[in-house]
Write a protein that binds this ligand. Structure first.
Ligand code: BES
Ligand code: ZN
Ligand code: ZN
Length: 478
């Protein structure tokens, strides 16, 4: 579907946003009609007057971009069920083009459908949405600013939708090597360097933790290293993604109800690929190393076991208490790899669907932010907000750290108590961050928002592409 600025285009239907609960923005002649159908102007409310060619959509708070994004997503949800080919949207910008950006994001993210496994996808008539120069505020629309804002939103939204596509695919189709192929394809399209490391590399380089996790699977693990290196980069950043293409729990097997949706345990890895690809498309002036640990956590005769002791790339030994705490094992080796194989780094951000505890703490829609550096965490929280994602800090403390002690190895892979599980997982990861990099590292637990089994905000059922908009905003501001 086409989304563009085109002031002259004729459209079958116009989308009209009301800008508060008093229905600001509604045509005077429509007000009585809107009241009659009980349209209250709240977020997510719509009123369709098909014969007039009007779709009203509520924007509860005109100063909140999220209100606009959600309204636009809601609008496209209605539009795509209609038998119309085109729709138009006026400009709602007082100054700049922030609202055009928010609306374009809402449209592009809300229009996403995943039909790969449907033998008969629903037929859609809608072909184009045109922004026009009509301005609700009577101001002159800055066409170039609006065009640029729409263009930016579409590139970033394509990145989000790319991550969604990777995650929504079945675990049978999206194995570690299939994910590596996707990374290679992205590299080819956007002039990135791409290195794929197989089991023998992992073996030769002492990555015993990641190897153990992938050992029982018929689909062997892959470490994916993508590099975006613009000339004269201002900063160098590693983005390390958890890419569990399936997490059955391993021998500490998940109960059936918790196992389904675990194809989404590669969301951090998918986001990392989407982020580097989008950063390259935008031409950001930051050198980026995306390191993805792709593996499948399965059961079988070769499976790693609770009671095993593994040796990670930095030489630390890990007692396995629970094979379902596998993401941190894969990340341990990948964090070491990133610190050894990327040049001097300014930041190391890892993205992972790491713990159910994070979802318990913050709810399904919010990611957890952890690390030692308060300024870094603050900038990440701000970027989550700018990007339209929800995030909150989960604080470390010395008492939780003690819970990772092991009697027989350097540390154990999970704490003996469930409480504070998101934080103890992050503290485990911190053991694989070199002392000199402590303040450069942050961990984002995206277990909640990555995959939700219902539509929410600008996200349809399933994969949301969590952390892509967030990280792009953060990288842009470095
Ligand atoms: N992939 C899961 C975490 C998860 C849970 C992601 C729910 C998305 C939604 C992770 O590997 C896991 O199983 N973690 C365990 C850790 C525990 C064994 C210490 C958990 O959270 O229960
Ligand atoms: Zn697990
Ligand atoms: Zn997992």
């Amino acid at each position: 579907m086409k989304i563009e600025f085109n002031s002259g285009a004729k459209a079958d239907i116009r989308v009209i946003f009301t800008l508060n609960k008093d229905l600001g923005g509604a045509f005077v002649s429509d007000r009585a009609l809107l009241e009659k159908v009980g349209f209250d102007g709240a977020d997510e409310s719509t009123a369709l007057f098909a014969e007039r060619g009007e779709l009203y959509v509520g924007v509860e708070d005109e100063n909140d971009p999220e209100s606009f994004r959600i309204a636009a997503a809601k609008a496209i949800g209605v539009l795509k069920t209609l038998k119309v080919k085109s729709a138009s949207i006026a400009s709602y910008d007082k100054s700049g083009a922030d609202r055009a950006k928010a609306i374009a994001f809402g449209l592009a993210l809300g229009a996403y459908e995943f039909n790969e496994y449907k033998s008969k996808p629903k037929e859609r008539s809608l072909e184009a949405i045109y922004f026009n120069a009509e301005n609700y505020y009577g101001a002159k629309t800055d066409e170039n600013a609006v065009k640029a804002a729409i263009g930016y939103a579409l590139v970033v939204a394509e990145g989000v939708n790319f991550a969604r596509d990777l995650v929504n695919r079945t675990p049978e189709d999206m194995t570690p090597s299939a994910l590596a192929n996707e990374a290679q394809k992205a590299a080819g399209e956007h002039q990135l360097k791409c290195e794929i490391k197989d089991e023998s590399y992992l073996q030769q380089n002492g990555m015993g933790a990641m190897l153990a996790v992938g050992r029982a699977s018929v689909n062997p693990p892959r470490l994916i290293h993508l590099i975006y290196k613009p000339e004269k980069a201002k900063k160098t950043v590693a983005i390390v993604g958890k890419g569990l293409t399936y997490d059955s729990g391993g021998l500490s097997l998940k109960p059936a109800d918790y196992m389904s949706t675990m194809k989404a345990d590669m969301s951090g890895g998918a986001a990392a690929i989407a982020i580097i690809k989008t950063a390259a498309r935008l031409g950001l002036n930051i050198e980026i190393h995306a390191v993805i640990g792709a593996a499948e956590n399965m059961i079988g005769g070769k499976a790693y076991k609770p009671d095993d002791v593994l040796r990670a790339k930095n030489g630390k030994t890990i007692e396995v208490k629970n094979t379902d705490a596998e993401g941190r094992l894969v990340l341990a080796d990948c964090l070491c790899y990133a610190q050894e194989n990327a040049p001097e780094l300014d930041y190391i951000i890892d993205l992972a669907t790491l713990t159910g505890a994070c979802v318990v703490a913050l709810g399904e829609y919010t990611s957890g932010v952890m690390g030692f550096n308060d300024d870094l965490k603050r900038s990440l929280l701000q970027s989550a907000k700018n990007g339209g994602e929800l995030a909150a800090e989960l604080p470390f403390n010395r008492h939780l750290k003690k819970l990772l002690k092991s009697e027989i190895a350097d540390l154990s892979n999970c704490a003996p108590v469930r409480y504070g599980g998101a934080i103890t997982a992050a503290l485990f990861l911190s053991e694989f961050i070199e002392e000199k990099n402590r303040d450069k590292w942050a961990h984002l637990d995206i277990a909640g928002p990555s995959f939700v089994e219902k539509a929410w905000g600008v996200n349809p059922f399933g994969a949301s592409g969590a952390a892509v908009r967030w990280a792009i905003d953060w990288l842009e501001r470095l």
